[in-house]
Design a protein around this ligand. Structure first.
Ligand code: AHR
Length: 502
């Protein structure tokens, strides 16, 4: 049998886990908002039109932060359309997704929904068709206590206290030629600086995210980050990264190694940000916001025919997709010292871990499981990875580890968690675990997501087809060693109660 081994030492840490790593994007795209989270008249809808079945699933998913209103949508959006009495709000043509935007869900509804679901809002401003003034106006409406036109308008709209939105995106994917109001790196860097300055003058407590590349394969990747940061280093707190991987366009072996590509992408952005830091002789380090990540098959966009909430990118995710999503989450955790914010894209229906039928049920897609379990169990600090694994050859990324692991340790609760994937599609791998300076004080558990049919998925008719299985781990060797079998093409989570001898 193939063997891998992992040594864990609680003194060798990567960094603290930021709770904002467990975020998601909720965009006005397809059916994410309309008939996703918002559907007045649905049998489970509350008085505000929020679907309670979706609220329950969002709480179970455990997302801590939600990015809104886009995505590409934000680059043509007028935020004023989505506030105040609903009957006075205009219907607009959304140029990003060629859809009809009724504006019956807007900023006020979004904020109320984040309160209901106990998530931190992350707001994007339009730097495509709009500019500095509108961005600052939005901060005033949301965060200024009162006594000015826009803060008083918020009060008149029934929200006396400021929303206090802390995290702001300076536009979206401004490097992409598809983006409405697409800019060169220099143009965008200047605009980001001016917008951030104005927004922070209204509320100095906010933090802002400048747009990095739309993905690591963009022809301008690297140069874009360097130029943008050279223009707005001092005003920026975070730089964004986006990545989607797809079986539709990749062979299975390469697809399963997506997290290796993600690791390299993150390392490249860190290197570029630190290059600008050195050039400018600054102390501050730019942190990263990986605010769109997922698996995506249907990247051939056909347009929404100006319909309200058309079915866009409603990908059905299978077991292999769930393993890759779990593994991508491991890549984010592995970079906990620099990646502070992350958003699975998206939350409901559009590439969502949650799927709904209009006027019908809501259910969990396969990718729901590794996300929810990671969000619920990755606590404390990430420990450094000292893994030895057999390797395999991929067409896209060369030689890659067959097994990947990431370990978190929460000293407070005494929980050690090992996340692991086996990328071998036909054989199990025996993982040997040795933990130094930590004593196991009780039985642990091993949760697995795997299936003989790696194409298996959850559907409306069979919504529990793919679930996780949990069993007790074998008793620990007194030396603090444990052997676990990683099933072929699987994602695993080991939870071990441990104590540090004093
Ligand atoms: O998440 C779907 C889309 O993907 C977003 O709107 C855009 O930012 C990205 O290209």
């Amino acid at each position: 049998m193939k063997q891998a081994s992992l040594v864990i030492d609680p003194d060798f840490t990567v960094g603290d886990i930021d709770h904002r790593l467990f975020g998601a994007l909720a965009e006005h795209m397809g059916r994410c908002i309309y008939t996703g989270i918002f559907e007045p008249g649905h049998p489970t809808a509350d008085e505000h039109g929020f679907r309670a079945d979706v609220v329950d699933l969002v709480r179970e998913l455990g997302t801590t932060l939600v990015r809104y209103p886009g995505g590409n949508f934000v680059s043509g959006y007028r935020w004023e359309d989505g506030v105040g009495p609903v009957n006075n709000r205009p219907a607009r043509l959304d140029m990003a997704w060629q859809s009809r935007e009724p504006n019956t869900f807007g900023l006020n509804e979004f904020h109320r929904w984040t309160e209901l679901t106990r998530q931190q809002p992350m707001m994007a401003v339009n730097l495509g068709t709009r500019g500095v003034h509108e961005a600052a106006d939005l901060v005033e409406y949301c965060n200024h206590p009162g006594g000015s036109a826009l803060s008083d308008l918020r009060k008149a709209h029934g929200r006396p206290t400021p929303f206090g939105i802390k995290l702001w995106c300076l536009g979206n994917e401004m490097d992409g030629p598809w983006q409405i109001g697409h800019k060169t790196a220099y143009e965008y860097g200047r605009l980001a600086r001016e917008a951030a300055t104005a927004m922070k003058s209204i509320d100095p407590s906010i933090e802002v995210v400048a747009c990095g590349s739309s993905n690591g394969n963009m022809p301008t990747f690297g140069d874009w980050e360097a130029t943008v940061l050279s223009e707005c280093y001092d005003e920026t707190d975070y730089l964004s990264l986006h990545a989607y991987y797809g079986q539709g366009t990749q062979d299975l072996g390469s697809f399963l190694a997506s997290a290796a590509h993600m690791d390299a992408f993150i390392d490249g952005v860190i290197a570029t940000a630190d290059h600008v830091r050195a050039k400018l002789r600054r102390r501050k380090r730019i942190q990263l916001s990986f605010d769109e990540w997922n698996v995506w098959y249907t990247d051939t966009f056909k347009g929404g025919d100006w319909a309200k909430a058309p079915r866009l990118s409603e990908d059905n995710f299978n077991v292999a997709d769930a393993v890759v999503v779990g593994n991508m989450f491991m890549s984010l955790l592995r970079h906990a010292d620099r990646v502070a914010v992350a958003c699975l894209a998206q939350l409901v229906n559009v590439l969502g871990p949650i799927r709904t039928q209009p006027d019908g049920p809501a259910w969990k897609q396969t990718i729901f499981h590794p996300f929810a379990l990671t969000a619920a169990n990755a606590r404390g600090q990430v420990l450094r990875n000292t893994l030895r694994s057999p390797r395999y050859e991929t067409t896209e990324y060369g030689d890659v580890d067959l097994v990947d692991t990431v370990v978190t340790y929460d000293a407070e609760s005494g929980q050690l968690v090992v996340f692991a994937v086996n990328r071998d599609t036909s054989e199990p791998v025996a993982l040997h675990l040795a933990h130094r300076d930590l004593k196991c004080i009780g039985p642990g558990s091993h949760t697995v997501l795997a299936d003989k049919d790696h194409q298996a998925m959850n559907t409306q008719a069979d919504s529990h087809r793919v679930e996780v299985r949990t069993s007790a781990t074998d008793p620990h060797d007194p030396r603090g060693e444990l052997d676990v079998l990683l099933e072929p093409l699987s994602w695993s989570m080991l939870r071990l109660p441990v104590q540090r001898p004093s």
